[in-house]
Design a protein. Structure first.
Length: 268
Protein backbone atom coordinates (compact mmCIF):
# COMPACT_ATOMS: atom_id res chain seq x y z
CA UNK A 1 0.00 0.00 0.00
CA UNK A 2 1.76 3.07 -1.28
CA UNK A 3 -0.01 5.43 1.07
CA UNK A 4 1.45 3.81 4.13
CA UNK A 5 4.86 4.94 3.18
CA UNK A 6 3.64 7.68 2.90
CA UNK A 7 -18.78 24.53 27.75
CA UNK A 8 -18.05 26.76 29.38
CA UNK A 9 -21.80 26.95 29.14
CA UNK A 10 -23.19 28.37 25.91
CA UNK A 11 -25.30 31.49 26.50
CA UNK A 12 -28.58 31.34 24.69
CA UNK A 13 -30.01 34.72 23.68
CA UNK A 14 -33.56 34.84 22.43
CA UNK A 15 -33.29 36.33 18.96
CA UNK A 16 -33.53 35.19 15.39
CA UNK A 17 -30.79 35.05 12.83
CA UNK A 18 -33.42 35.22 10.15
CA UNK A 19 -32.83 38.95 9.91
CA UNK A 20 -29.35 38.16 8.67
CA UNK A 21 -29.76 36.49 5.31
CA UNK A 22 -26.75 34.58 4.11
CA UNK A 23 -26.36 37.11 1.34
CA UNK A 24 -25.82 39.77 4.00
CA UNK A 25 -23.96 37.64 6.50
CA UNK A 26 -21.66 36.00 4.07
CA UNK A 27 -19.95 36.32 0.76
CA UNK A 28 -16.97 34.04 0.27
CA UNK A 29 -15.90 35.84 -2.89
CA UNK A 30 -16.59 39.42 -1.87
CA UNK A 31 -13.82 41.51 -3.49
CA UNK A 32 -12.05 44.06 -1.34
CA UNK A 33 -13.34 47.02 -3.32
CA UNK A 34 -16.94 45.98 -2.61
CA UNK A 35 -16.46 45.83 1.16
CA UNK A 36 -17.91 48.91 2.88
CA UNK A 37 -15.33 51.50 3.77
CA UNK A 38 -13.89 51.15 7.26
CA UNK A 39 -15.88 53.75 9.19
CA UNK A 40 -16.35 53.41 12.91
CA UNK A 41 -19.22 55.36 14.45
CA UNK A 42 -18.56 55.35 18.19
CA UNK A 43 -22.19 56.30 18.83
CA UNK A 44 -23.29 52.80 17.76
CA UNK A 45 -22.54 49.40 19.22
CA UNK A 46 -21.41 48.07 15.86
CA UNK A 47 -19.02 50.96 15.36
CA UNK A 48 -17.44 50.49 18.80
CA UNK A 49 -17.02 46.76 18.28
CA UNK A 50 -15.53 47.15 14.83
CA UNK A 51 -13.06 49.75 16.07
CA UNK A 52 -11.86 47.51 18.89
CA UNK A 53 -11.60 44.45 16.67
CA UNK A 54 -9.76 46.37 13.93
CA UNK A 55 -7.05 47.64 16.26
CA UNK A 56 -6.82 44.57 18.54
CA UNK A 57 -3.16 43.83 19.21
CA UNK A 58 -3.30 42.15 22.61
CA UNK A 59 -5.37 39.74 24.63
CA UNK A 60 -6.73 42.69 26.64
CA UNK A 61 -8.12 44.21 23.44
CA UNK A 62 -9.87 40.97 22.57
CA UNK A 63 -11.23 40.69 26.12
CA UNK A 64 -12.69 44.18 25.82
CA UNK A 65 -14.46 43.30 22.57
CA UNK A 66 -15.67 40.05 24.09
CA UNK A 67 -17.09 41.79 27.17
CA UNK A 68 -18.91 44.35 25.03
CA UNK A 69 -20.34 41.73 22.66
CA UNK A 70 -21.56 39.48 25.46
CA UNK A 71 -23.09 42.46 27.27
CA UNK A 72 -25.25 43.30 24.26
CA UNK A 73 -25.90 39.76 23.03
CA UNK A 74 -27.80 39.48 19.77
CA UNK A 75 -27.28 43.14 18.94
CA UNK A 76 -23.61 42.31 18.38
CA UNK A 77 -24.21 39.71 15.69
CA UNK A 78 -23.92 41.93 12.62
CA UNK A 79 -20.56 43.30 13.78
CA UNK A 80 -19.21 39.83 14.57
CA UNK A 81 -20.12 38.47 11.14
CA UNK A 82 -18.59 41.48 9.45
CA UNK A 83 -15.33 40.88 11.31
CA UNK A 84 -15.37 37.21 10.38
CA UNK A 85 -15.72 37.81 6.66
CA UNK A 86 -13.49 40.87 6.24
CA UNK A 87 -9.81 40.07 5.70
CA UNK A 88 -8.78 43.56 6.80
CA UNK A 89 -9.39 42.58 10.43
CA UNK A 90 -6.54 40.83 12.28
CA UNK A 91 -6.69 37.04 12.39
CA UNK A 92 -7.00 36.99 16.18
CA UNK A 93 -10.06 39.25 15.91
CA UNK A 94 -11.69 37.07 13.25
CA UNK A 95 -10.96 33.94 15.33
CA UNK A 96 -12.47 35.53 18.47
CA UNK A 97 -15.52 36.82 16.58
CA UNK A 98 -16.27 33.29 15.38
CA UNK A 99 -16.46 31.89 18.90
CA UNK A 100 -18.34 34.92 20.22
CA UNK A 101 -20.97 34.36 17.54
CA UNK A 102 -21.22 30.74 18.64
CA UNK A 103 -21.46 31.61 22.32
CA UNK A 104 -24.11 34.29 21.82
CA UNK A 105 -26.24 32.62 19.18
CA UNK A 106 -25.78 28.97 20.17
CA UNK A 107 -27.21 26.48 17.71
CA UNK A 108 -28.65 29.30 15.61
CA UNK A 109 -25.15 30.19 14.50
CA UNK A 110 -24.53 26.82 12.86
CA UNK A 111 -25.88 27.68 9.37
CA UNK A 112 -23.64 30.74 9.23
CA UNK A 113 -20.61 28.79 10.46
CA UNK A 114 -21.30 26.15 7.84
CA UNK A 115 -20.89 28.74 5.11
CA UNK A 116 -17.43 29.57 6.41
CA UNK A 117 -16.33 25.99 5.76
CA UNK A 118 -15.93 27.17 2.16
CA UNK A 119 -13.79 30.15 3.11
CA UNK A 120 -10.47 30.54 1.25
CA UNK A 121 -8.67 31.27 4.54
CA UNK A 122 -7.62 28.10 6.35
CA UNK A 123 -7.87 29.85 9.73
CA UNK A 124 -11.56 30.62 9.23
CA UNK A 125 -12.22 27.03 8.22
CA UNK A 126 -10.50 25.72 11.36
CA UNK A 127 -12.30 28.24 13.60
CA UNK A 128 -15.67 27.31 12.10
CA UNK A 129 -14.96 23.58 12.42
CA UNK A 130 -14.02 24.01 16.08
CA UNK A 131 -17.13 26.11 16.75
CA UNK A 132 -19.38 23.54 15.06
CA UNK A 133 -17.74 20.78 17.10
CA UNK A 134 -18.45 22.74 20.30
CA UNK A 135 -22.08 23.00 19.18
CA UNK A 136 -22.24 19.25 18.54
CA UNK A 137 -23.34 19.92 14.96
CA UNK A 138 -23.61 16.40 13.55
CA UNK A 139 -25.68 17.55 10.57
CA UNK A 140 -22.67 18.74 8.62
CA UNK A 141 -20.84 15.43 8.40
CA UNK A 142 -20.65 15.61 4.64
CA UNK A 143 -18.86 18.95 4.88
CA UNK A 144 -16.41 17.59 7.45
CA UNK A 145 -15.70 14.62 5.20
CA UNK A 146 -15.05 16.92 2.26
CA UNK A 147 -12.53 18.88 4.30
CA UNK A 148 -10.55 15.70 5.01
CA UNK A 149 -9.08 16.42 1.57
CA UNK A 150 -8.47 20.14 2.09
CA UNK A 151 -5.15 21.59 0.99
CA UNK A 152 -4.38 22.67 4.57
CA UNK A 153 -3.09 20.00 6.95
CA UNK A 154 -4.57 21.93 9.89
CA UNK A 155 -8.02 21.94 8.26
CA UNK A 156 -7.81 18.21 7.54
CA UNK A 157 -6.77 17.52 11.12
CA UNK A 158 -9.68 19.52 12.59
CA UNK A 159 -12.21 17.96 10.23
CA UNK A 160 -10.93 14.58 11.40
CA UNK A 161 -11.40 15.62 15.03
CA UNK A 162 -14.99 16.67 14.27
CA UNK A 163 -15.81 13.30 12.73
CA UNK A 164 -14.09 11.42 15.55
CA UNK A 165 -15.61 13.26 18.51
CA UNK A 166 -19.08 13.51 16.97
CA UNK A 167 -18.94 9.76 16.20
CA UNK A 168 -19.98 10.19 12.56
CA UNK A 169 -19.66 6.56 11.54
CA UNK A 170 -21.05 7.10 8.06
CA UNK A 171 -17.81 8.85 7.17
CA UNK A 172 -15.42 6.15 8.41
CA UNK A 173 -14.55 5.18 4.80
CA UNK A 174 -13.46 8.77 4.16
CA UNK A 175 -11.23 8.62 7.22
CA UNK A 176 -9.75 5.29 6.15
CA UNK A 177 -8.97 6.76 2.72
CA UNK A 178 -6.69 9.32 4.41
CA UNK A 179 -4.16 6.55 4.95
CA UNK A 180 -3.58 6.36 1.22
CA UNK A 181 -3.11 10.10 0.66
CA UNK A 182 0.56 11.07 0.59
CA UNK A 183 -0.37 14.62 1.67
CA UNK A 184 -1.06 13.24 5.15
CA UNK A 185 2.48 11.98 5.64
CA UNK A 186 5.67 13.71 6.68
CA UNK A 187 8.25 13.65 3.92
CA UNK A 188 11.75 13.29 5.35
CA UNK A 189 14.75 12.85 3.06
CA UNK A 190 12.52 11.77 0.21
CA UNK A 191 10.66 9.18 2.28
CA UNK A 192 7.10 9.36 3.57
CA UNK A 193 6.75 8.84 7.31
CA UNK A 194 3.68 8.54 9.45
CA UNK A 195 3.08 11.40 11.85
CA UNK A 196 0.49 12.58 14.37
CA UNK A 197 -2.26 12.91 11.77
CA UNK A 198 -1.96 9.29 10.67
CA UNK A 199 -1.97 8.16 14.30
CA UNK A 200 -5.20 10.08 14.81
CA UNK A 201 -6.65 8.51 11.68
CA UNK A 202 -5.98 5.02 13.08
CA UNK A 203 -7.49 5.93 16.45
CA UNK A 204 -10.54 7.42 14.73
CA UNK A 205 -11.08 4.22 12.74
CA UNK A 206 -11.36 2.40 16.06
CA UNK A 207 -13.64 4.97 17.66
CA UNK A 208 -15.94 4.74 14.62
CA UNK A 209 -15.78 0.92 14.80
CA UNK A 210 -15.05 0.65 11.09
CA UNK A 211 -15.31 -3.10 10.57
CA UNK A 212 -13.88 -2.97 7.03
CA UNK A 213 -10.51 -2.02 8.54
CA UNK A 214 -10.38 -5.14 10.73
CA UNK A 215 -8.58 -7.47 8.34
CA UNK A 216 -6.01 -4.92 7.12
CA UNK A 217 -5.22 -3.91 10.71
CA UNK A 218 -4.87 -7.55 11.79
CA UNK A 219 -2.25 -7.98 9.06
CA UNK A 220 -0.49 -4.71 9.74
CA UNK A 221 -0.19 -5.23 13.49
CA UNK A 222 2.00 -8.26 12.78
CA UNK A 223 4.57 -6.29 10.79
CA UNK A 224 7.57 -4.45 12.18
CA UNK A 225 7.26 -1.75 9.54
CA UNK A 226 4.20 -0.46 11.41
CA UNK A 227 5.79 -0.44 14.88
CA UNK A 228 5.43 3.34 15.04
CA UNK A 229 1.62 3.02 15.03
CA UNK A 230 1.43 -0.26 16.96
CA UNK A 231 -0.30 1.32 19.96
CA UNK A 232 -2.91 2.96 17.77
CA UNK A 233 -3.59 -0.23 15.80
CA UNK A 234 -3.91 -2.22 19.02
CA UNK A 235 -6.43 0.36 20.33
CA UNK A 236 -8.51 0.29 17.18
CA UNK A 237 -8.53 -3.49 16.88
CA UNK A 238 -9.79 -3.70 20.44
CA UNK A 239 -12.60 -1.26 19.60
CA UNK A 240 -13.54 -2.96 16.33
CA UNK A 241 -13.34 -6.60 17.42
CA UNK A 242 -14.45 -6.26 21.04
CA UNK A 243 -11.47 -8.42 22.03
CA UNK A 244 -9.14 -7.38 24.86
CA UNK A 245 -5.42 -8.10 24.37
CA UNK A 246 -3.08 -8.53 27.37
CA UNK A 247 -2.84 -5.08 28.89
CA UNK A 248 0.72 -5.57 30.18
CA UNK A 249 1.96 -7.89 27.49
CA UNK A 250 5.09 -7.46 25.41
CA UNK A 251 4.61 -6.52 21.79
CA UNK A 252 5.17 -10.07 20.59
CA UNK A 253 2.63 -11.38 23.11
CA UNK A 254 0.08 -8.89 21.85
CA UNK A 255 0.88 -9.84 18.27
CA UNK A 256 0.31 -13.51 18.99
CA UNK A 257 -3.01 -12.57 20.57
CA UNK A 258 -4.13 -10.75 17.42
CA UNK A 259 -2.85 -13.59 15.29
CA UNK A 260 -5.14 -15.98 17.14
CA UNK A 261 -8.00 -13.51 16.73
CA UNK A 262 -7.34 -13.34 12.99
CA UNK A 263 -7.44 -17.15 12.75
CA UNK A 264 -10.67 -17.30 14.72
CA UNK A 265 -12.33 -14.82 12.36
CA UNK A 266 -11.06 -16.75 9.35
CA UNK A 267 -12.66 -19.94 10.68
CA UNK A 268 -16.08 -18.38 11.16
Amino acid sequence: MKGFHTSRKIILISFSLMSFSLSTAWSSRLPTQDIPKMEFDNSTLEGRLLKIFKSAQSEDDVKLARSLALQHGGASISALIRVMKDSRFPDNSRWSATFLLTQIAGKKSAPVLKQFLNHPNWLMKVASLKALLALGATEYGQEYARLLEDQSLLVRAQALENIRHLRLKDYAPNVWAMLYDEENYNQVEGRYRRGDLIRTVILTIGDLEFNEAKEPLLRMVQQDRYNDIFREMNYSLEKITGRNPPSQGEKQIVRRFWQRVAVSFANI
